[in-house]
Write a protein that binds this ligand. Structure first.
Ligand code: AMP
Ligand code: TRP
Length: 324
């Protein structure tokens, strides 16, 4: 069976963009593939994190995976820093990565602009650690949001380069992006992606928002100039809301257009809010029913499985490179 690997950083609140752009696809893919899902804490620390919060968020992200339907019987779930082979392989890959390849990365440019007091070396070589995550496990397919495709490209480059230099070692992975979920945009600004680091909480629907907060945020969501429910690139605000509706309810954008053709925009928004609430309520109920201890046990089982695979791959890498 083909292997998929993906991960999310334990920083900030997970939002509907993370769910629709990433986790929802994972749940569907776990039946067709051999899946590994990681909580990438070492990526999170490329921007400053408070230790207590990082610890708690790491457990919360794993709990989110479980509540969203990732099944630990089918999927390996673990924490990146608990398998040190990730950092070992990242170091090795750093030595075959060219500076201009990293300088081009959009996420690096964005993040170093946002954090111009702390442009650290880790932030710069972030994509190399991500490549290590993926390549350690002979990953075939990496399901991510569109913003991560550039990082998969560099992973492919590094895999091919290593194979060429030292002999066939790594599988060259493919990105897997679901088109509509590619990019959920901010509710307060449909030209930028919904983001957990957004300044205003009205940018996103957090997976922990209560029903009234959801209704309030959808009511406040910015609107295009004409208030018509039409799915079109020149109406980015409504297009984004239709995408959310479409993904949560599994109806095509065109069908949503048909349903609301002669109805008011406010009616569409009310229905959308209820659709989101209808998704979040059972999700949160499941989330709240999972104990931290249960999560820790699952993460430990995951660590053991991941470690076994990672150790094998690293032994091969060391041998190929002449490292004793
Ligand atoms: P991040 O929140 O940047 O750690 O991203 C975690 C995962 O969610 C990645 O696969 C991202 O591509 C995906 N993701 C994050 N924000 C969005 C968004 N606004 N729309 C779609 N996918 C997203
Ligand atoms: N960089 C990814 C993000 O910000 C998270 C990530 C780290 C990842 N390692 C990965 C995603 C490996 C897929 C595969 O979303």
């Amino acid at each position: 069976m083909k292997r998929i690997f993906s991960g999310i950083q334990p920083s900030g609140n997970l939002h509907l963009g993370n769910y629709l752009g990433a986790i929802k696809n994972w749940v569907e893919l776990q039946n067709k593939y051999d899946p590994i899902f990681c909580v990438v804490d070492l990526h999170a620390i490329t921007v400053p994190q408070k230790p207590k919060e990082l610890h708690q968020k790491t457990i919360e992200v794993a709990k989110t995976y479980l509540a969203a339907g990732i099944d630990p019987e089918k999927s390996t779930i673990f924490v990146q820093s608990r398998v040190p082979e990730h950092t070992e392989l990242a170091w090795i890959l750093n030595t075959i990565t060219k500076l201009p390849e990293l300088e081009r990365m959009t996420q690096f440019k964005d993040k170093s602009q946002q954090n111009n007091q702390n442009i650290n070396a880790g932030l710069f070589s972030y994509p190399v650690l991500m490549a290590a995550d993926i390549l350690l496990y002979d990953t075939n397919v990496v399901p991510v949001g569109e913003d991560q495709v550039q990082h998969i490209e560099i992973t492919r480059t590094l895999a091919r380069r290593f194979n060429q230099m030292f002999g066939e070692t790594f599988t060259v992975p493919e990105p897997h992006v679901v088109k509509e979920g590619m990019r959920i945009m901010g509710l307060d600004d449909p030209t930028k992606k919904m983001s957990k680091s957004a300044e205003s909480a009205s940018n996103y629907i957090s997976l922990s928002d209560d029903p009234d907060t959801v209704r309030e945020k959808i009511k406040k969501a910015v609107t295009d100039s004409e208030k018509e429910v039409r799915y079109s690139d020149d109406k980015p605000a409504i297009k984004n809301l239709i995408n959310i509706y479409s993904l949560l309810d599994n109806i095509k954008p065109k069908e949503i257009e048909d349903i609301y053709r002669d109805k008011r925009y406010s009616e569409f928004k009310t229905d959308l809010a209820e659709t989101i609430v209808g998704f979040l309520e059972p999700f949160q109920e499941k989330y709240n029913s999972i104990e931290d201890n249960e999560v820790l046990k699952i993460l430990e089982q995951g660590r053991i499985k991941a470690k076994e695979l990672a150790e094998k791959k690293m032994a091969d890498v060391r041998e190929k490179m002449g490292l004793l």
